[in-house]
Design a protein around this ligand. Sequence first.
Ligand SMILES: [Zn+2]
Length: 378
Amino acid sequence: MPQRHAVRCSRGGALPRRALKLRRVRQHRLAAFGLACMTGLLPLAAAPRPAAAAEDASPIATATTATAALAVSEVRPGVFVHFGALEDWAPANHGDVANLAFVVGSRCVAVIDTGGTPALGQALRAAVAHATPLPVCYVINTHAHPDHVLGNTAFRPLPGDGTDAPQFVASARFAPALAARAGAYVNALARDFGVQLAAADLVYPDRVVERSAELDLGGRVLTLRAWPTAHTDNDLTVYDARSGTLFASDLLFVQHMPALDGSLRGWLAATAKLRRMPATLVVPGHGPASGDGHAAMDAQTAYLDALLRAVRSALREGLTLPQAVARIGVPAGQTWLLADRFHKRNVTTAYAELEWEDPVPPAQPATTAAPAATGARP
Ligand SMILES: [Zn+2]
C-alpha cells in the first residue's frame, strides 16, 4: 500500500500553485474522494499542491506534526473536504463516517465539524496545518451527533502551548442536545473505541447562533444558519458565498439513508428552503458532494415524503408501532446504503412524531350566527 497520495480534486481555473502532500489514511477515503470527483469535480492526478490562503501567496506550511493528516479534497479554491465512509459510526472505521471540512480565508481558517473521535480531530487539524499556515479561528459544529463533534477536543488550546484558540460555534440548541447525550457518547468512546474522555472534556460552543450569523475569515464571509427542528433540533448550515459552496450538514444525506432524529415534517420543510439557496456546490453531511444539489435533495425528499405518507396511513388504520415498523418498507424503487440500520428507526421516530399530529378538523357546518373571530382560543 502506498504511504502517501496526492489527494486533490479541483475545478475550474484555480490550478494548484505548490505541492501539498496529504497522506492517504485508508482506502475507503480514496473511494469517497473518487465519488466526489465523479459528481462534478475533476480529478487532477499530478503533483500535489499546497494550500495557501485563498488569495495569498504565503509560504508553504512546512511544519510537520506527529499526527498523520486526514485526507482532504480541495473541492473549490480554499475549500477542503474530508469525505467520511458511508458507514455507521463504529470502531471498524475508527468513527470516520461524517464529512468534515475547512475553509481558508486570507486571515484565518474555519473548520466545519471535527469527526467522531479525538484522534480524527487531530488528523483534521494536521490536514489544516499541511494546507495553510493560517490559524484556525472558528470551529463550527453543524449538530451534536457524535460523528461530527467528538474531534472538537483536538482544537481546544492547551494552556501555554501557544496554539490557535478558535471560537467554537454552533446552534443555540446545540449545548442542551450535547449535554443530554454526553454520558452516552463518552461511554461509547470508551467501550467501543478504547478512548477515555470525560463528559466534562466535551467541547461546547463559545458562540451560539439563534437564527443566522456571519463569520469573516478575511476576504471570505461564511453565513451560518440555524434551523428549526429537522434532522435534529440543532442543525446548522454553512454557506460560503465566495465559492458558492453550501455545507448542508446532516440536513442532506446522499446515498446514505437519511437518519431522522428530529422532526420529519420539519426536515421536509427545511429541505424545501435549502433548495432555494444559491449554491453551486453542495457538501452533504454524509455522501459525495454534488454540483447538482437539487437532484440530491429530490432523492432525499422522495424518501422522507414517502415515509410521512406511509406512517400517516398506518396511524389512520390504527396500526400499533410494531405493526407499522413491520409493514412499512423502504419505498419501492429507492436504494439507500445503511437502510437496514436506519429505516426501521426512521419509521419509529416518525410514528412517535405523527402520532400526536393535530388531525385536520372536520368541516364545520355553516351557521348564520357564527361569532366573530377574536383570535382568542377557548
Ligand atoms: Zn447527524
